[in-house]
Design a protein around this ligand. Structure first.
Ligand code: B16
Ligand code: MG
Length: 218
């Protein structure tokens, strides 16, 4: 029997880097003369860096040429990386290692599927890189979620057909991407937000190993 493959999003599933993205975007917005709220930051989750800056500039009513746009993209990322640099294992979200350890022990193929171009340095910082057979990130995809490209590449790389893959995602666009790819979607977050997911858990502390076992071996 073909095993199931497990694909994990990064920000909001494995670590909460959204708070650092927020600080860096807010810093840039303030520098440009307007504020950026945590509520507005919600719409940035799972969205590519480039698209986030487009939205931020729309919020501030600012239009710029490509050179300045790229300069701000770079500046925001440098700021973000200064937070990432201080990360360690204590920032892994609760009970994530419980699930990763179980799957690793059972030799279930695992992939990371993230929009971030900083996924590998983050995984190294929190010492989780070795758990994943492959990392598909923002450097390898041309179409952002809700396009299923990131998850389809991940499935191909771990050699598991899409319909046998399970995706853990915290963003609506990510759940949509998983569903479009014909994968089993598991939402991490609020049920009201992640209505489209096949299963929803507030966080990994709500996930029993028995549930993972069933998902992995049926
Ligand atoms: P970077 P995910 C996403 O990560 C974040 O949720 C999103 O807020 C961010 O803009 C995007 O990565 C790009 O990140 O600037 O590091 O390339 O949820 O897809 O793991
Ligand atoms: Mg996410």
């Amino acid at each position: 029997m073909v095993k199931r493959g497990f694909i994990f999003d990064l920000d909001g599933v494995i670590v909460d880097t959204a708070k650092y993205h927020y600080l860096a975007w807010k810093h840039l917005a303030n520098e440009l003369g307007f504020d950026f709220t945590e509520e507005q930051n919600e719409a940035f989750k799972g969205v590519s860096r480039r698209r986030c800056l487009e939205i931020l500039l729309e919020l501030g009513g600012i239009s710029v040429d490509e050179t300045q746009f790229d300069r701000w993209l770079f500046e925001k990322n440098e700021d973000y990386l200064s937070y990432i640099d201080k990360m360690d294992e204590s920032e892994i979200l609760p009970d994530v290692p419980k699930v990763l350890d179980y799957l690793k022990h059972k030799e279930v193929p695992m992939a990371l599927g993230s929009a971030s171009k900083n996924a590998i340095p983050i995984l190294k910082k929190v010492k989780l890189l070795s758990y994943f057979d492959t990392v598909v990130d923002g450097n390898q995809v041309s179409r952002a979620k809700p396009d299923p490209e990131v998850f389809l590449i991940a499935a191909e790389k771990i050699g598991v057909p899409p319909e046998r893959c399970v995706v853990f995602e915290d963003a609506i666009a990510g759940i949509e991407a998983a569903n479009t790819a014909n994968m089993i979607s598991v939402g991490i977050g609020a049920e009201e937000t992640l209505k489209g997911a096949k299963y929803v858990f507030r966080d990994f502390t709500e996930i029993e190993i028995d549930f993972i076992k069933q998902l992995a071996f049926i």
